[in-house]
Design a protein around this ligand. Sequence first.
Ligand SMILES: Cc1cc2nc3c(=O)[nH]c(=O)nc-3n(C[C@H](O)[C@H](O)[C@H](O)COP(=O)(O)OP(=O)(O)OC[C@H]3O[C@@H](n4cnc5c(N)ncnc54)[C@H](O)[C@@H]3O)c2cc1C
Length: 301
Amino acid sequence: MDQSLTERLADIVGKANVRLSEPLSLHTTFKIGGPAELFVSPCSVAEVSQVVLACEQAGEPWRVLGCGSDLLVSDEGVDGVVIEVRDNLSSIRVEGSRIVAEAGATNADVAEAARAAGLSGYEFACGIPGTIGGAAIMNAGAYDGEFSQVCVRVTCVTPEGRIVEVPRDETEWSYRHSMFDAARYVVVAATLELSPAPEEDIRARMDELTSKREAKQPIDMPSAGSTFKRPEGYFAAALIDQAGLGGLSVGGAQVSTKHTGFVVNAGDATAADVQSLIAEVQRRVFEDSGVMLEPEVRMWG
Ligand SMILES: Cc1cc2nc3c(=O)[nH]c(=O)nc-3n(C[C@H](O)[C@H](O)[C@H](O)COP(=O)(O)OP(=O)(O)OC[C@H]3O[C@@H](n4cnc5c(N)ncnc54)[C@H](O)[C@@H]3O)c2cc1C
């Protein structure tokens, strides 16, 4: 990478917020991934805008990282700049029945802030281990709730460094999809519209959903959640079960025996192990049921 870009980014975000060759295994819930050539943590929306613009002008590739809970990063790592938003862009503000959260705020913290303010509607997301930015990008959802049901506006930075407000009806949200990827927008904040409700009811619902997750999902093992998207008319885990693939392993990667929809890092798995296992599951499920599973987990590098 051009030394002048490194210096320019350090000028924008401060030297302490720039790291060279940062291992991404430290920033993904899979605990897998080689280094990011340059890893920067902007402290404000204006800094995000300047960082994006500087990368674009230098012709250097850039990507955005939240909690890394939907990512498989290659063992070789990634070239260019990783813009990390979780550390320094995570404020949460309650305004009447609305919550304005910066992109790096975690779903757990936003759900907790909503509960404390007596606002219902975000309980479904309390156990989704990602950020508001990640939830907006893929319309995160669980237990009949979806981000698109409660979010009224998303604030973004465009590749030209402009700050734009995207109202709900322009987001093109559908199952694990939005327009932000294709537009190469960085999500920097989102506004949620919630409903007043007794705090104890909200707490009870969050507790109920947390218990369900603990009972059904291997949350004690590193993973990136559901490995595959839900194929139309089927459930990925049911197809994997039916093909008898629970416990199937490649190296340190394993199809969870607790929930076959999850590939877990059972110990020192590499990205190559996970990729081979995903391909093998796809092959065997297709052989068994004729359904081709599509990864939900995103691949970097
Ligand atoms: C145990 C477990 C359980 C899970 N359960 C669920 C579930 O119930 N429902 C569900 O929907 N998901 C679930 N997930 C998957 C994951 O938590 C969600 O998809 C989450 O929304 C990802 O957010 P993140 O901040 O971790 O994004 P990351 O993994 O960091 O990034 C994912 C993608 O979004 C992009 N991105 C992230 N932030 C931004 C931003 N601010 N601007 C632009 N692009 C951005 C990244 O570039 C990348 O392409 C689970 C994962 C785990 C590990």
